[in-house]
Design a protein around this ligand. Structure first.
Ligand SMILES: NC(=O)c1ccc[n+]([C@@H]2O[C@H](COP(=O)([O-])OP(=O)(O)OC[C@H]3O[C@@H](n4cnc5c(N)ncnc54)[C@H](OP(=O)(O)O)[C@@H]3O)[C@@H](O)[C@H]2O)c1
Length: 317
């Protein structure tokens, strides 16, 4: 009997050891090695089409995607809400990449259905040439309990901006991609969409939608030659989380983040946090949620609740 228990114990240790080794190799391969060996999609990116559309392209992660796609030689459609910022970013990218063309479209994604005829009109002459869509635009609500959100309109706005923009643009551009049997759709979710997001429930739920939609779409369109990627960032040093200019090893700049996501993970991982530290966070978050969900729920509520209280006190002072 003792012998059987001993063999069983060793068996479990061996399986867990092998799994750990495989996870370490997988992490290293997907994060660094695949790109170094040319197993990612960057060398073939122009085969998807000569134009890329990026939403929320005048700041943060979206701007970094636009800059890095332009540097790879793609023509870019910048979609954002401020015409002044669109002109600035367009000029900046043009100066750095003389050979490419840039189109700007000013729309406010919180406006809902009304903006899509305009977007369709502006983009329709490029439908056959658009190979890449980066659904990046996103907003958040104040970190507080849902009962304390002052205006109900804000829920329409965040759902229009974070969810509807992605679904409608995907629906608009996919038919031409499917016809060509080539296309690349990158959807920017968040780590907040993968576990508990107390005090940020609506934001977290919109990002969970992005992740689920992307993974299902990836499966549905794989045989049509269309690659869909779900990107799940942790904190990135941008305006949205109030961290502009505050980068550190765990909070990368948008440029560093997009280098990891676009230049290294594209074509290697369908669902990823891309940047090494955020990948470790995703792994442990999902691991702990699986084994001790109640403990994690209590801890997140108390940590985020305390942070939100502090922030509220500071804004009142
Ligand atoms: N930064 C993070 O820590 C983090 C973490 C996880 C996920 N994300 C996700 O990453 C994406 C990009 O975030 P970010 O941090 O790069 O944000 P950001 O720096 O605030 O930039 C957002 C971009 O979207 C545009 N935009 C915002 N609301 C818009 C609207 N209603 N209509 C049209 N354009 C609008 C902004 O235009 P203006 O310049 O005119 O404001 C800007 O170009 C979002 O989906 C976000 O949820 C970010």
């Amino acid at each position: 009997m003792v012998f059987c228990v001993e063999v069983f114990g060793w068996g479990i240790m061996v399986v867990m050891g092998a799994k750990l080794l495989f996870n370490c190799y997988d992490f290293f391969y997907a994060t660094y090695l695949a790109a170094a060996l040319g197993h990612n999609l960057v060398p073939k990116i122009k085969q998807f089409g000569s134009w890329a559309v990026v939403t929320g392209a005048t700041d943060g992660i979206g701007k970094a995607y636009a800059q890095q796609l332009a540097a790879l030689g793609l023509n870019i459609v910048l979609v954002s809400r401020s015409p002044v910022k669109l002109k600035q970013v367009s000029d900046e990218i043009s100066r750095q990449n003389r050979a490419i063309q840039i189109l700007t479209v000013a729309v406010d994604f919180t406006d809902g259905n009304a903006i899509y005829p305009k977007l369709k009109k502006e983009l329709s002459h490029l439908f056959g040439q658009i190979g890449i869509l980066v659904n990046n635009v996103g907003m958040k609500l104040p970190t507080c309990q849902i009962a304390d959100v002052p205006s109900g309109d804000q829920f329409n706005e965040i759902i229009n901006c974070n969810v509807m923009s992605m679904v409608r643009l995907t629906n608009m551009l996919l038919p031409a991609m499917r016809k060509k049997k080539r296309g690349l759709i990158i959807n920017i979710g968040s780590l907040a969409g993968t576990g508990f997001a107390p005090m940020r429930t609506t934001y977290g739920a919109t990002k969970a939608f992005v992740d689920k939609f992307s993974c299902d779409l990836a499966a549905e369109y794989r045989s049509d030659g269309i690659v869909v990627q779900s990107i799940l960032p942790g904190y990135v040093a941008t305006k949205l989380p109030g961290l502009s200019g505050k980068s550190s090893f765990d909070v990368p700049t948008a440029k560093t983040y997009v280098e990891a996501a676009l230049l290294r993970s594209l074509g290697v991982e369908t669902r990823t946090s891309a940047y090494w530290f955020h990948k470790i966070l995703l792994y442990w978050t999902e691991f702990l949620y699986f084994f001790v969900p109640n403990l994690v729920q209590k801890l997140t509520v108390s940590i985020i609740g305390r942070k939100a209280q502090m922030a509220n006190l500071q804004t009142r002072m």
